[in-house]
Design a protein around this ligand. Sequence first.
Ligand SMILES: Cc1ncc(COP(=O)(O)O)c(C=O)c1O
Length: 394
Amino acid sequence: MPGFELIGEEERKEVNDVLDTGVFMRYGFDAARRGHWKARQLEEALQERFKVRHAHVCSSGTAAVCAALAACGVGAGDEVILPPFTFVADPEAVLLAGALPVFADLDETLCLDPQAVEHAITPRTRAVLVVHMCGSMARIDQLLEVCRRHEVSLIEDNAQALGGTFGDKALGTFGKAGILSFDYVKTVTCGEGGAVITDDPRVYGLVDAFTDHGHDHRGKDRGADEHEHIGTNFRISELHAAVGLAQLRKLDRILEIQRKNQRLFLEGLADLSRLRFRMVPDPEGDSATFLTIFLPSEEEARKAAGELAAAGVDGCFYWYDNNWHYHRKWDHIKQLRSPGLLAVHKAGWLNGLADLSLPPSDAIMSRTICMQIKLSWTRDQMAERLARMRSVLR
Ligand SMILES: Cc1ncc(COP(=O)(O)O)c(C=O)c1O
């Protein structure tokens, strides 16, 4: 997800505005900053892009998840349903909120299966954290309907599918809050950064305060701000926001290149009967950061992943064996290894987390390979790559 492939003069100009004033903090110092409010401008640009009433930028996507959970009232003893294929930031954030992560199975969208979510809902469920993984979307309409029916909050983690849509709506705008990440390897990067987007003024107010020690940000004098509730420091710096501002303006260009490059491989592999492609509920809305293929069996997929790497086809992830993104290697989370006691330890709300077993998800993920799509590939490089892939995968 390579915004970093397009760093140039535009980012330099925005950063220099900040360096010229020396005001790196997003709040206060009104006179010294000489009209430069990069974090605010990035928020306005996100509001416009996502057609939402509110956007709040913060220090990371992880911070955004924590803030969104807090703003949706998730706390000690609550359950949050989430997929077993995501980044560890999500279960970490749930545990740090004092709540229990409840993993439900995914389907061939590689995102939460609406039926599995419905089965996982209990009276303690406070939120469903849907993750649009690897550039494409969950069956978000059905998930929204399940959440509405059970009166639980839907939070969308859209760290990995920036610019993706379902119908005429941007991913991240279906639920109570949407999360974006602008870390170094995301579609748009700030270096480090994240955002919560929402139409709900109450959620926005809570996120805005939570990410800055509970400050109400009502007046001009930061020292005189009231603190209505506890928060923390998840602030973004002006330097990071400046990079993001220039990067966000490139999003359409990035999407166009990603989609064109992904199409070349989709079409170039379409005749291989051994392969199937990931289910994409709205193909027009795929942000196309990855090409995802299913092989017939775990054995064939693991072998193909090894052979692709050996053939010089880099960036092909076999997530089933990956330490970061699939639950199989999350022993530290399943065993709740933490420097200090967590709320869930203390209360014993463990619900079999240590023995987590999700055969339907394993059956899908064990056959899945995702290839990252780069912006900088030339036509010749893609033709060469495709030929090597075909020789391994046919
Ligand atoms: C699905 C998902 N959620 C959340 C995050 C956390 O974002 P950040 O790295 O900005 O903290 C990531 C980052 O990789 C991610 O992929």
